[in-house]
Ligand binder design. Structure first.
Ligand SMILES: *Cc1c(COP(=O)(O)O)cnc(C)c1O
Length: 484
């Protein structure tokens, strides 16, 4: 149980608070030094300063009411228009800014559901078909809005399997989904085939370009092969693209775009009978931070096409260097054929989770993935200076993962015991065992080592137990922590 905390009786000074927060940050991952491969997309010092200036200039403004702040409305409109043009619009595409990729995806699924209610009233239990690689925000959307998620397997190179998707279409299907690229392996799904399939069946087709929307167009212009993925493809009806990823905007900025206003209409909300007045809002949020809009507008105009091209060029150069370097290290490989700067490293020779832990001990922060086990890389401009150090440490980490240490034996024994137990014991017992194991392994049992826990997660036959275990962890995250 966490400590009970109340408001401090007396307010504290600005200096004291800032000092305490700076000290608190020392245990956070340090993204500035280019050793973190997700979560932050830094475009350099001057860009960062501009984002902060723009954000704080509009720190107090609220985009809830566009008539109160016409300047925000103008900036939002321009951000949407510039992005739509970049993403294949011939002028008909409309959209909205949202707080992030998740909200954009929630809106796409909600719009599809309401479109189907209007256009396909025969459907009472709507379904969407999504490749296994699609972002969990779609599952979240299905969970929130009552649209059943039907998952389809991937091809051996991790792309959406169009034949499998065709088979998964039923009379209840309303929406097909593809990614450009997918988050786990960074491969672009065959969007033209998917969109054609959607057209053939009278379905909507959403392209998740959350991570690729502000990268792929520039990667293509640099001469790298990039398949068609945007509104230039007939049959693509909506698309999500995150400004706060390779758009290099401040966090809290994404876009949901639709092929035309008639489709977007199903997204909008208005309530006219409230005593507080007539209320309307286009997306999930009510109050919306003006700063996120201002910062997005500022960075797009600051970078311009040339700026985005330059950053994309730097990021792709690092990407190629890392891919070449990985190819030269025996025992580890890039999975599939990533199109841009997002990729996964897997291995059939070593436990990649051990490689991840070894990299962690050397100061690198790499996310772990499953099915198959892999380490995730999202290359950003901060990695330019770190490429050689990264490859050097990766080689050492792979070598270390091949050796056995006493600590690792504890871990792998725990994994094996848990796997054996979960096959042999009744489910409730396994749940309890897992709860104990997660505290031990995720907590202070093996500092800096997550391989045992990930090994266990990936192989647990009963995914329901795992879900409860993860939800326990989510609950714990918002509980006050003991001092220590
Ligand atoms: C990041 C991402 C999302 C979700 O975006 P958030 O901003 O984290 O909510 C969805 N899809 C893909 C492919 C992504 O990379």
């Amino acid at each position: 149980m966490g400590a009970q905390i109340g408001l401090p009786r007396h307010g504290r000074s600005r200096e004291e608070l800032l000092q305490e927060m700076r000290a608190l940050r020392s245990s956070d991952v340090n993204w500035q030094d280019g050793r973190v491969f997700s979560l932050v997309f830094p475009a350099g010092g001057e860009a960062l300063q501009l984002l902060k200036d723009a954000y704080t200039l509009y720190f107090s403004e609220n985009a809830l009411n566009p008539t109160a702040f016409p300047s925000l409305r103008r900036m939002e409109t321009e951000v949407i228009a510039m992005s739509a043009t970049l993403l294949g619009s011939q002028g008909q595409v409309v959209g909205n800014m949202t707080s992030g990729g998740t909200e954009s995806i929630l809106m796409a699924v909600k719009t599809a559901r309401d479109w189907a209610r209007a256009e396909r009233p025969d459907i009472t239990a709507p379904e969407m078909v999504l490749p296994r690689s699609a972002h969990p925000a779609f599952d979240k959307a299905g969970h929130y809005f009552g649209v059943r998620a039907v998952h389809t397997p991937l091809t051996p190179d991790f792309q959406a399997d169009v034949a499998a998707i065709r088979q998964a279409i039923t009379p209840n299907t309303i929406l097909l989904i593809g990614s450009a690229p997918s988050y786990p392996q960074g491969v672009v799904d065959p969007i033209p085939e998917l969109a054609a399939l959607a057209q053939e069946h009278g379905l909507l087709c959403h392209v998740d370009a959350c991570v690729g929307g502000f990268m792929l167009p520039f990667v293509r212009r640099l001469g790298y092969p990039v398949p068609e993925f945007d509104f230039a493809v007939p049959g693509v009806t909506s698309l999500s693209a995150d400004l706060h990823k390779y758009g290099y905007a401040a966090k809290g900025a994404s876009l949901i775009l639709y092929r035309d206003a008639a489709l977007r209409r199903h997204q909008l909300f208005a309530y006219t009978d409230w005593p507080g007045g007539i209320y309307a809002s286009p997306t999930m949020g009510g109050t919306r931070p003006g700063g996120a809009i201002a910062a997005a507008w500022a960075i797009m105009n600051y970078l311009g096409e040339e700026g985005y091209l330059k950053l994309a060029g730097e990021v792709m150069a690092v990407t190629r260097q890392i891919q070449d370097g990985v190819a030269a290290i025996a025992g580890i490989e890039v999975l599939g054929r990533p199109v841009m700067s997002v990729m996964a490293l897997g291995s059939s020779k070593v436990n990649v989770y051990e490689v991840g832990d070894e990299m962690g001990l050397r100061g690198w922060h790499l996310d772990r993935q499953q099915f198959p086990p892999s380490l995730h890389l999202t290359i950003n401009p901060a990695h330019v200076r770190q490429t050689d150090a990264f490859l050097h440490d990766l080689q050492a980490a792979v070598r270390a993962a091949r050796r056995l240490s006493p600590q690792r034996l504890v871990g792998s024994a725990a994994v094996r015991a848990a796997n054996l137990a979960s096959r042999a014991l009744p489910a409730p017992l396994v749940s309890r065992l897992m709860a104990g194991a997660s505290t031990r392994l995720g907590g202070d049992g093996l500092p800096g080592r997550s391989a045992p826990m990930y090994g266990m997660m990936g192989t647990l036959p009963n995914r329901g137990d795992l879900r409860e275990l993860v939800l326990d962890l989510v609950e714990q995250f918002t509980r006050p922590q003991e001092e220590g």
